[in-house]
Design a protein around this ligand. Structure first.
Ligand code: SAM
Length: 196
């Protein structure tokens, strides 16, 4: 976890953030205001980065709690939220230790674009435990993650990736409602899960 923390701190410091597109992904837009629209409620943005998706959801009437362990990313998110004139509860912290941040369970929607697949495998059980605890029964969890990467691409910092089977097995207290392939070259998927 320390290695990944250092990697992301350095990345934000250097301005290396290819994931930070500045716009919400269509898969999220669909859930917030499109064909699969949910009524606004409480949403948890896990590994929110500079808050692009958090601010988007807040602008659509959601009560957003946004967590990232890089203070610089959260600081940028706070500045962007002030500029956009939307309230977002930004917290610096570890997504595998949400309870320590004083976050109460009961979220209708949990969103993770690229955080879970950044975690070391040893941290998966803690992440799953926290996400499971935070979701209200019937709540939706929208997860974007790279697919399993070939050996040659598995560096120290590049995510190993996960498979739909991993997701099904790990998130046993959720029903995997939909698996949709992403459009990047990393075998990614968008997973829609529902808390039992
Ligand atoms: C690939 S970036 C995606 C950021 C954001 N979701 C977006 O789409 O722009 C992954 C983010 O997860 C954060 N992250 C990784 N591991 C984390 C952890 N254990 N706790 C909190 N944040 C974490 C990183 O700092 C980074 O901002």
């Amino acid at each position: 976890m320390l290695t990944s923390n250092i990697f992301f701190r350095l990345a934000y410091r250097l301005g290396f953030k290819p994931w930070d597109s500045g716009v919400p992904p269509p898969e999220l837009v669909e859930v917030i205001e499109g064909a699969r629209r949910l009524p606004p409620g409480q949403v948890l943005d896990l590994g929110c980065g500079t808050g692009t998706t958090s601010i988007y959801m807040a602008s659509k009437g959601w009560q957003v709690t946004a967590v990232d362990f890089v203070p610089r990313a959260i600081k940028t998110g706070r500045t962007k939220a002030v500029r956009a004139e939307v309230p977002v509860r930004f917290l610096v912290g570890d997504v595998t230790r949400l309870s320590a941040l004083g976050i109460e369970p009961g979220f209708n929607l949990l969103f993770d674009q690229g955080c879970f697949h950044s975690l070391p495998e040893a941290a998966h059980p803690a992440y799953v435990r926290e996400v499971t605890r935070m979701a209200r029964s019937g709540g939706t969890y929208l997860l974007y993650a790279f697919g399993r990467q070939p050996e040659k691409r598995r560096g120290r910092f590049f995510p190993k990736g996960i498979t739909p089977d991993d997701v099904r097995t790990l998130f046993a207290d959720f029903e995997l409602v939909e698996t949709r392939p992403g459009t990047d070259p990393f075998g990614s998927h968008w997973y829609t899960l529902r808390r039992r």
